[in-house]
Design a protein around this ligand. Structure first.
Ligand code: SF4
Ligand code: SF4
Length: 179
């Protein structure tokens, strides 16, 4: 069974925020909220400093606390690729999922339901990449099936060192950053 994920080469990211703008436009994300964002992290010790620029979003975790804690079943794992989604008309806006997510990936939409990245499932169903991936001018993001030994994401993970965000949280993220 497919397990969708993203592999991001943060060394290629220039922080241009095209991914952020593309997501807002594609998904009609209301003003003041974001489904994806750019994080800057300085690593190392002076004078050997390195800055990692990361495009971040919901990690579509393999062990998602946001799904386990949802009292209505609105937060769920979709059959297609294990993507974590929210059924808006079943969500009561209780914010339990927001409290449980270690990545601060969710917000309450102005219409009252929890919202976040969907991996652009409406595009993926048509064979397209998520909007953020499709516009990146440096091609630093790849989307695909982490279970397929022949996919680009698997090939990248096999050829480069990589890390996930907050592995200690035990959520098993499906977004991996190449180092
Ligand atoms: Fe849930 Fe947060 Fe993981 Fe996304 S990143 S699946 S919202 S715990
Ligand atoms: Fe579930 Fe909605 Fe409550 Fe989140 S805010 S836990 S999706 S009912």
């Amino acid at each position: 069974m497919a397990r969708f994920g993203m592999v991001i080469d943060s060394a290629k990211c220039v922080g241009c925020m095209d991914c952020v703008v593309a997501c807002k436009t594609e998904n009609g994300v209301p003003e003041g909220f974001n489904r994806d964002w750019i994080e800057y992290e300085v690593q190392g010790k002076y004078p050997s400093l390195h800055m990692e620029i990361r495009s971040e979003r919901c990690n579509h975790c393999n062990n998602p606390p946001c799904v386990y804690c949802c009292p209505t079943g609105a937060s769920h794992v979709h059959d297609l690729g294990g993507v974590v989604l929210i059924t808006h008309n079943v969500c009561i806006g209780c914010k339990a999922c927001i409290a449980s997510c270690p990545y601060d990936a969710r917000f309450i939409h102005s219409d009252g339901y929890a919202d976040k990245c969907t991996f652009c499932i409406h595009r993926v169903e048509k064979g397209l990449d998520p909007a953020c991936v499709s516009v990146c001018p440096t091609r630093c993001m790849s989307f695909g099936d982490l279970e397929d030994p022949n996919s680009e994401v698997t090939r990248l993970l096999q050829s480069r060192n990589h890390h996930a965000l907050m592995p200690e949280a035990g959520t098993k993220p499906c977004i991996l950053y190449l180092v």
